[in-house]
Design a protein around this ligand. Structure first.
Ligand code: URA
Length: 235
């Protein structure tokens, strides 16, 4: 079972995400030492030892990279969490990183936040099998701490390749970490939400992470508005 630190840490992360100007935690929204650099390239094929997909097939890519040890999370994880769903989905949902249950089962969003995501998808007539669901990091950070910049840098090429292979109509970034990573920004969710961004020719929308909704019921309405927009524009 997750220890109590996990829930305290999740709560503090959420507060930092919602009120970045007023709140400081190490590794949180205001901690510039952990911020994603604005200038980081989309992906740098020279950055060793990156592995591009050999076959151009998503399932083959999973087999190719599931033993990844490019960063220390490769040693501490239980399971590599590649992502699940339709390999040519119109919608691709990207979270932050696996938590306790995801690490145990090797599947993204299977814990409480994932069950809420399933309900939100059902409300716009979708199942998790009809979309693709993944994360910025493929391995769980210990105690669900924020991903480190170095971990994001090592893992992001995998996400970029996944997006290139799936070729979704739209990417939905769940939360600040996914939004900032894909957009090469270092800003609050408030700034990221409410726009349709251009991610190298693909629409990108940033909305609240379902874990944030579990802690703050007031976020349900704006999230529902985001999902209605997604339904109207892409389904
Ligand atoms: N939170 C995430 O960001 N991803 C998961 O897979 C589970 C919880």
């Amino acid at each position: 079972m997750p220890d109590n630190f996990d829930s305290v840490r999740e709560y503090l992360k959420q507060q930092a995400e919602l009120f970045p100007e007023d709140f400081y935690i190490r590794g949180g929204a205001n901690d510039s030492s952990e911020k994603v650099a604005e200038s980081r390239p989309v992906y740098n094929p020279e950055h060793p030892p990156y592995e591009p997909p050999v076959t151009g097939k998503l399932s083959a890519y999973e087999k190719q990279i599931h033993g990844c040890k490019r960063c220390p999370l490769g040693e501490s994880r239980t399971k590599f969490v590649f992502g699940v769903g339709d390999k040519s989905a119109d919608l691709m949902f990207i979270g932050e990183a696996p938590g306790y249950y995801e690490d145990q089962q090797g599947e993204p969003f299977v814990g409480e936040a994932g069950q809420l995501l399933d309900k939100i998808l059902a409300a716009i007539d979708l199942t998790r099998e009809e979309v693709f669901i993944g994360n910025v990091l493929k391995c769980r950070p210990p105690q669900n701490r924020d991903p480190k910049k170095s971990e994001i840098e090592e893992c992001e090429p995998y996400l970029i390749e996944q997006i290139n292979l799936v070729q979704p109509k739209a990417i939905i970034a769940l939360g600040r970490v996914a939004g900032n990573t894909l957009l090469k920004k270092s800003t609050s969710l408030r700034d990221l939400r409410g726009h349709t961004w251009d991610y190298h020719g693909t629409d990108l929308i940033v909305t609240y992470h379902p874990a944030a909704l579990l802690r703050n019921k007031k976020l349900k309405r704006p999230t529902w508005e985001d999902f209605q927009k997604i339904q109207r524009n892409y389904l």
